[in-house]
Design a protein. Structure first.
Length: 423
């Protein structure tokens, strides 16, 4: 068996393959690996901006970028400049977004266990919305919100929809830690409770059915359940959450953000959702995943009886998704992107775990080996944001490339950075 050259459709929008290099944003990946070292995250800013614009034009004002998928100041500003609000789920995410200069009125605060401190700061800075998750949070809001410290909210509900995706990223079903159940009556009680808090304005409902969802049916079902649930409430917002899937490997296909928006708009008309209700969503992965790739250098190559192990200079610390969810990726050799890929290897990292596998069966050109620079595409979501210092491996640098220019938006972590917490 042999694999075809890497599919251009898995690469950032501006990627150009030449005989001995790949250009992204007009910049040579081989050159970047040489200057900035590896592992290295390279984001195509044009892809990021295009996906943000697509989301902004597919939904109504208030549609958000789910920052947990990839957050740094530069990314927050890109999403804001292209017309999106920004979802945060913790005080730490809120802090980075505010430091980036994005105004609080474009920030939406999520979380299934918000602390009093997190809520106090959200209220003090004046976030756009808080998405209320549970009765303890309502009790906290009773003490924090008043006519002089007002707050705009949505209420998170569970529609009882099973998204067809990995169990760990499924969230719309009844048995979940997120939100208020519609069917048990809790969601209705929460709405009544919230409406009694002076200074609190409840704008509508929110649901999030899961992540890496390819099938639009689940979103449409969720929308119709929510629309029916709020028929007489006079709400002006309905948010279907995030979760739109992306293709990671050859053979996968995902709807675009605009196809997702179109399907939901059509469903909204069909179920008779009041036209005054703003239709909102909060994509993360679909905005950032395909915009980036990770560059690694190959080190040890070890043939054993069953297979060949090829080790790179990163691993589960910069991409934990294969370990967490069994996610698939592809790899290609940056110096020969047009070559056939007949060499089958297990691509592993440098961590002290047998489970530190990036790609169970990677296909690479025959001559790829020690010192080759290889890339794994579609690593823009839940890679850097889930990165760790396991084995005291410093986190990689993150670059944005655009029109032939390179912007280092996050520098590589140093041993001094990691030692900084020692008392
Ligand atoms: C994770 C999450 C998102 C984003 O999910 P993606 O799969 O990255 O689009 C949106 N909303 C909520 C509430 C989430 O928890």
């Amino acid at each position: 068996m042999t694999a075809e050259p890497i599919l251009v459709s898995l690469l950032p929008d501006t990627a150009t393959l030449v005989e001995n290099d790949v250009l992204v944003g007009g910049v040579s990946l081989r050159g970047l690996a040489g200057v900035y070292g590896t592992p290295l995250f390279v984001y195509d800013e044009e892809t990021l901006r295009a996906r943000c614009r697509e989301a902004a034009s597919s939904f109504d004002d208030g549609v958000a970028f789910a920052s947990k998928s990839f957050l740094c100041g530069a990314m927050a500003r890109v999403a804001f400049e292209e017309g999106l609000c920004i979802d945060v789920a913790t005080g730490g995410e809120l802090d980075i977004v505010l430091r980036s200069g994005v105004p609080a009125r474009r920030v939406i605060m999520h979380g299934n266990n918000k602390s009093a401190e997190e809520l106090e700061r959200a209220i003090a800075v004046g976030v756009h919305r808080v998405v209320v998750d549970n009765f303890e949070e309502i009790a906290l809001l009773k003490s924090l919100v008043s006519e002089s410290t007002p707050l705009d909210c949505l209420v998170r509900v569970t529609p009882g929809v099973e998204a067809h995706t990995h169990e760990f990223v499924r969230t719309g079903q009844e048995d979940t830690k997120f939100g208020f159940s519609i069917s048990s009556g809790d969601a209705r009680i929460a709405i009544e409770d919230l409406r009694e808090i002076p200074g609190l304005t409840l704008h509508g409902v929110h649901a999030h059915i899961g992540s890496q969802v390819f099938d639009l049916i689940g979103f449409v079902e969720s929308l119709s359940i929510l629309a029916n649930f709020i028929t007489d409430d006079g709400f002006d917002e309905l948010c279907v959450g995030g979760g739109l899937g992306v293709a990671y490997v050859a053979g996968e296909t995902a709807p675009s953000i605009s196809q997702w928006g179109d399907a939901l708009r059509a469903a909204a008309v069909e179920v008779g959702l009041d036209t005054n209700v703003r239709l909102l969503a909060e994509p993360g992965r679909a905005v950032v995943a395909q915009a980036a790739l990770t560059l690694y250098q190959v080190g040890a190559v070890k043939p054993v009886a069953q297979r060949t192990y090829m080790a790179v200079d990163g691993g589960m610390s910069d991409n934990p998704r294969p370990v967490l969810y069994g996610s698939g990726y592809e790899a290609f050799d940056v110096s020969q992107p047009l070559a056939e890929r007949p060499q089958n290897v297990r691509l592993v990292g440098k961590h002290c775990e047998s489970g530190d596998v990036l790609i169970d069966e990677a296909w690479l050109p025959a001559s790829t080996g020690a010192r080759s620079i290889i890339a794994t595409p579609v690593t823009g979501a839940y890679g850097y944001s889930m990165a760790s210092n396991y084995n005291r491996v410093p986190r990689p640098a993150v670059l944005f490339v655009l029109d032939g220019e390179v912007r280092e938006v996050l520098r590589r972590e140093t041993f001094d950075d990691m030692a900084a917490l020692e008392m």
